[in-house]
Design a protein around this ligand. Structure first.
Ligand SMILES: [Zn+2]
Length: 111
């Protein structure tokens, strides 16, 4: 698997977790302390710094626009914009070896 894609998957998970942590009711219900949240934030920062700078900028831009920077694929369509992806993406033996971007919305894809 592509090295950058691997980091993006971890980062996406951490960002989703931190998004849930922003909910005060959730934190109360599951006894999530501020210390725990800051531990996750630090973990997130460490992963983020592993990305090449241009990918960092793009990922943050996508998160601002769509709420996340990485999307999966269902039945050949991007799960962010729902557009059908070009077939050449799937013609490759190991499509996740490359970092793929949806031609319609620009989000990073996990195939
Ligand atoms: Zn898309």
């Amino acid at each position: 698997m592509n090295k950058v894609l691997k980091i993006l998957i971890v980062l996406n998970d951490l960002d989703e977790k931190l998004k849930i942590f922003r909910d005060e009711k959730y934190r109360e219900l599951f006894s999530i302390s501020n210390k725990m949240v800051s531990t996750w934030e630090k973990k997130r920062e460490r992963e983020f710094k592993k990305l090449p700078v241009e990918i960092q900028d793009n990922y943050e831009r996508l998160r601002k626009r769509y709420g996340f920077g990485l999307a999966s694929v269902t039945e050949g369509s991007c799960n962010n914009c729902n557009q059908k992806l070009p077939t050449y993406i799937f013609a490759i033996k190991d499509p996740n070896k490359e970092l793929n971007i949806c031609p319609s919305c620009g989000i990073y894809l996990i195939l």
